[in-house]
Design a protein around this ligand. Structure first.
Ligand SMILES: Nc1ncnc2c1ncn2[C@@H]1O[C@H](COP(=O)(O)OP(=O)(O)OP(=O)(O)O)[C@@H](O)[C@H]1O
Ligand SMILES: [Mg+2]
Length: 175
């Protein structure tokens, strides 16, 4: 299986579109993104059931030095990993009320230098989206097997330079 991430297009600075052929490459992309994050930053993950949001998060958390198992915190809403920085992993799949996210006190996590990663992140965008990196994972179509299209979007411009620096390195990810 080809595990190499491919840069599909970088139509403008601050937005990268990639093809991730396998779970391994999506994990590797999560690791790359994890390494470019700074304390107090937010990643919002979008994509349907089984798109690969948790797979991406596994790579991100591992790259920040935690060997803990990462699973969808679907029934708990929040799991925290003892990585450096700490990662608060939120899953908004069953969210009924944004106040449930308010109650998680994620601002405190961010103020203390933690990183917040949110599956079904669009649900939390009104609260956490102002300067978030938005990662959207989708099925690129039937001809691509298990590949996923992954868009890294930076609406605030906070990640602009880091995303631009990431692009030339993508061909070297995976095997
Ligand atoms: N290119 C790929 N990228 C990511 N995952 C892939 C890919 N190809 C196959 N997979 C598989 O798809 C599944 C993705 O599951 P994962 O739990 O990461 O999705 P999710 O978006 O978190 O789902 P949920 O919405 O249920 O939380 C895994 O079993 C993974 O091995
Ligand atoms: Mg998940």
């Amino acid at each position: 299986m080809n595990d190499t991430l491919q840069l599909e297009s970088s139509v403008e600075v601050g937005r990268l579109v990639l093809l991730s052929p396998s779970a391994a490459s999506t994990r590797a992309l999560g690791a790359l993104v994890g390494r470019l994050l700074e304390p107090g930053e937010v990643v919002l993950l979008s994509g349907g059931l089984g798109a690969g949001k948790t797979t991406f998060t596994k790579g991100l958390v591992a790259a920040l030095g935690s060997s803990e198992e990462v699973t969808s915190p679907t029934f708990t809403l929040l799991r925290t990993y003892a990585s450096t920085p700490v990662v608060a992993h939120v899953d908004c799949w069953r969210l009924e009320d944004l106040n449930e996210v308010v109650d998680l006190a994620l601002e405190e996590v961010l103020d203390e230098g933690g990183i917040v990663v949110v599956e079904w992140g669009e649900a939390a965008a009104p609260l956490l989206g102002a300067e978030a990196l938005v990662v959207t994972i989708s099925d690129p179509g039937e001809l691509c097997g298990s590949a996923r299209r992954v868009e890294l979007c930076d609406p605030s411009g906070r990640f602009r330079e880091r995303l631009a620096a990431l692009a030339p390195r993508l061909a070297r990810v995976g095997r």
